[in-house]
Design a protein around this ligand. Sequence first.
Ligand code: ATP
Length: 114
Amino acid sequence: MKGQGFLRRFGYARSGIAVAFRRERSMRTHGVAVVAVVIFLTLTGAPAVWWALIGLAVGLVLVAEMANTAIETLADRLHPGQHPEIGVVKDVAAGAVLVATLVAIVVGVAYLLR
Ligand SMILES: Nc1ncnc2c1ncn2[C@@H]1O[C@H](COP(=O)(O)OP(=O)(O)OP(=O)(O)O)[C@@H](O)[C@H]1O
């Protein structure tokens, strides 16, 4: 499956995003939060630098959530049963989402206090 055209690879990536939103409720929650953030930044007339900072923070959360979904799916497929190391893998992946979310909260609070 290597060496495929850009449009085909773009299609795979787009369907990966769609699957993540379909399967993961937390992904849909983040999606709603992104829409709310965009409306809030528009209404408060946020300067470009804050759009960039908050966009980076929000993007980080979405990327972490998608990586978490991919890792969970792979772990469950490769090892459907219980195993302490699978638990560690899932906990670390979930920890990445938490770190990204905390970063986004810090950036959001900094915007409100600016
Ligand atoms: N196969 C497993 N073996 C050992 N521990 C597991 C296993 N699956 C899950 N766990 C433990 O349970 C926790 C929750 O797992 P789960 O798969 O429900 O993740 P989740 O983040 O709640 O998933 P989702 O994002 O689908 O809601 C994991 O973080 C891990 O500590």
